[in-house]
Design a protein around this ligand. Structure first.
Ligand SMILES: O=C(O)c1cccc(C(=O)CC[C@H]2O[C@@H](n3cnc4c(=O)[nH]cnc43)[C@H](O)[C@@H]2O)c1
Length: 227
């Protein structure tokens, strides 16, 4: 769901007496919990699904899941240090490669490749934080060449950023009938691999500042009040 931050409170188990399955859940204050969900769509989906199931069994289901972290930004739309909120969370590499190009799983007759967060929540998040709004791609392999970056943008012209968890989180949330939001701070450009260009500290700072502004909105948000 989100990355952990310094000074966090002690982890707690999902159900009394049941150790968390390879992840940590923290009470983040108010009515929010923070789950360090791991890297990649599969682990993120497993972690979020476990947390949602445990909450439902406790009789206290979550009303909203927020996937948050750092991301690569497509230039020039999402520069390093900027914030992005997803109006679409799209799996960019879930499908089949063919001689005629990439086919998403939906064209093979399976599942989904996109989830759409509630529009009003996306708009309010963007207004509160100054985040840019657009498609956030989920990839299992970090883009490392200009050619791959260009191919992704050609297939997803509204893509602002790529990260590795959003679609997994959204699939888990959808399976539980829970709304999802994805917010990312850009730590590096999408393109040729250049570790020296990463600005992880700056991005995490921007994310922390955004959550300071978002807390009242997220705590008061109720799915049934909105679309
Ligand atoms: O080794 C590399 O070249 C490399 C480049 C970018 C990111 C990584 C990571 O291992 C980061 C994983 C972590 O951060 C998110 N993230 C941040 N930037 C990107 C990106 O450009 N593409 C995909 N994911 C990114 C991701 O959601 C993970 O949580 C390594």
């Amino acid at each position: 769901m989100a990355q952990a931050w310094p000074g966090r409170p002690a982890p707690r188990s999902l159900l009394p007496g049941v150790p968390p399955p390879g992840m940590t859940l923290h009470r983040a204050g108010g009515t929010c919990d923070l789950l360090a969900a791991g890297v990649g769509p599969a682990l993120a989906a497993a972690s979020v699904s476990a947390a949602l199931t445990a909450a439902a069994l406790r009789g206290a289901p979550y009303g909203l899941v927020v996937s948050a972290g750092i991301a690569g930004g497509f230039a020039p739309a999402a520069p390093v240090g900027s914030l992005v909120v997803a109006d679409e969370i799209t799996a960019a590499d879930l499908g089949a490669e063919t001689a005629d190009g990439f086919l998403p799983v939906t064209e093979l007759g399976f599942g989904a490749v996109t989830h759409r967060p509630p529009g009003s929540l996306v708009r309010e998040t963007a207004a509160a934080t100054g985040a840019r709004t657009g498609v956030v791609l989920t990839v299992s392999t970090v883009t490392g060449t200009a050619a791959r970056a260009a191919a992704l943008r050609a297939r997803h012209p509204r893509a602002l950023a790529e990260a590795m968890e959003g679609f997994g989180v959204a699939e888990a949330a959808a399976a539980h009938g829970t709304a999802v939001l994805e917010i990312r701070a850009v730590s590096n450009p999408v393109g040729p691999r250049d570790r020296a260009a990463w600005r992880v500290g700056e991005a995490l700072g921007a994310l922390a500042e955004a959550f300071g502004k978002l807390a009242p909105l997220l705590e008061s948000w109720k799915a049934h009040d909105h679309e």
